[in-house]
Write a protein that binds this ligand. Structure first.
Ligand SMILES: Nc1ncnc2c1ncn2[C@@H]1O[C@H](COP(=O)(O)OP(=O)(O)OP(=O)(O)O)[C@@H](O)[C@H]1O
Ligand SMILES: [Mg+2]
Length: 154
């Protein structure tokens, strides 16, 4: 299901979602430039109790934060030319690791995403609003449960 939410409502949704994240979760953030992917990572990192500020992982595509409830592995694969490049930086150790992996532009490496992952789709609808859709690919049961828990279902 897709909803049009204000920035404030998206922030509230992300705060709730953060409470249901588990060790090993992978989140793919998908949406055009400037739709709010990094903002979501910042919000989740705060909710996980990470002290550092989130920076853009331009070099090597990934930055790791270890001061929170779980390690956070923040990828941004916008500039990758071949999805296979991701393996050179230990991609599998991250996605099958103890932390939560969040991948900006995950759609670019869609073929390499794990069987189960949380997909968040963003679309620009206005200066301070976005269409947002949350799915759990590969696990419809968890999707139903998660959407119910965060108050996103009808
Ligand atoms: N939830 C939000 N609350 C407040 N501002 C937001 C929110 N989402 C997006 N913005 C605004 O949009 C701008 C771009 O957001 P952000 O950098 O998160 O986008 P992005 O999808 O990561 O972009 P890119 O594709 O370039 O990485 C932010 O600087 C901020 O002004
Ligand atoms: Mg970004």
């Amino acid at each position: 299901m897709k909803k049009n939410l204000s920035f404030g409502e998206i922030d509230e949704l992300v705060v709730k979602l953060s409470k249901y994240l588990k060790s090993g979760d992978v989140i793919s953030l998908e949406g055009d430039l400037g739709t709010g992917k990094t903002t979501i990572v910042q919000k989740i990192s705060k909710e996980l109790g990470i002290k550092e500020n989130i920076k853009s992982p331009t070099f090597n595509y990934v930055l790791e934060y270890n001061s929170g409830k779980f390690p956070l592995y923040h990828f941004d694969v916008y500039r990758i030319s071949d999805p296979m490049e991701i393996y050179e930086i230990g991609y599998e150790d991250y996605i099958y690791g103890e932390g939560v992996t969040i991948i900006e532009w995950g759609n670019i490496i869609e073929t390499e995403l794990p069987k189960e992952y949380i997909k968040i789709l963003l679309e620009y609808t206005g200066e301070e609003s976005r269409n947002i859709e949350v799915r759990v690919e590969g696990n419809r049961e968890r999707e139903r449960e998660l959407l119910k828990n965060v108050g996103f279902s009808n």
